[in-house]
Design a protein around this ligand. Structure first.
Ligand code: SF4
Length: 163
């Protein structure tokens, strides 16, 4: 897996001050994607064990409320194993901090369900430019859902995240 950017402090992608990781590689190619430079699977930097350790150390600060993983596409077959490794290590170290993941896949179509053990919120679905709504807090278009994963698993139906 490769990654594009790590933000040490991010207040735009999820609640509170967070560390954000933008992965590299996405096949969806949504019209007017906000992050086209992440489409190629070859660009960016190699995502290694050292990268994970660096991210974990950035998250090990009192003011950091959680980790946000964005794309590129974290759930793509080429990226999902790396996403799981990062999420697993993060949750082992910080069980009380949250993980938010943005994906173009629908929740129901996520290929490797192991990720659901570690993630708190999934913002799902491809960005649809025709449904763009600037009032949305955590996503770009109204087809996308901000899903509370723990509640969704417990109730066996999609439960949306509420602030
Ligand atoms: S899924 Fe996300 S990163 Fe991929 S093309 Fe759509 S908006 Fe861009």
């Amino acid at each position: 897996m490769r990654y594009n950017t790590i933000r040490k402090m991010d207040i735009a992608d999820g609640p509170g001050i967070r560390v954000s990781v933008f992965l590299q590689g996405c096949d969806f190619h949504c019209k007017n994607c906000f992050n086209k430079e992440t489409w190629s699977f070859d660009k960016g930097k190699e995502f290694t064990e050292d990268t994970i350790n660096h991210i974990i150390s950035l998250c090990d600060r009192e003011q950091i409320k959680g980790l946000s993983i964005l794309g590129g596409e974290p759930m793509h077959p080429k990226n999902i194993d790396g996403t799981i490794s990062l999420a697993k290590k993060f949750k082992e170290k910080f069980p009380n901090k949250t993980i938010w993941i943005w994906t173009g896949y629908l929740y129901e179509n996520i290929i490797n369900k192991e990720i659901l053990k570690y993630v708190d919120v999934i913002v799902d679905g491809q960005y649809n430019d025709d449904l763009h709504d600037f009032r949305l807090k955590w996503c770009g278009s109204s087809n996308q859902r901000v899903i509370d994963v723990k509640k969704t698993i417990k109730n066996n139906k999609i439960c949306l995240y509420k602030d």
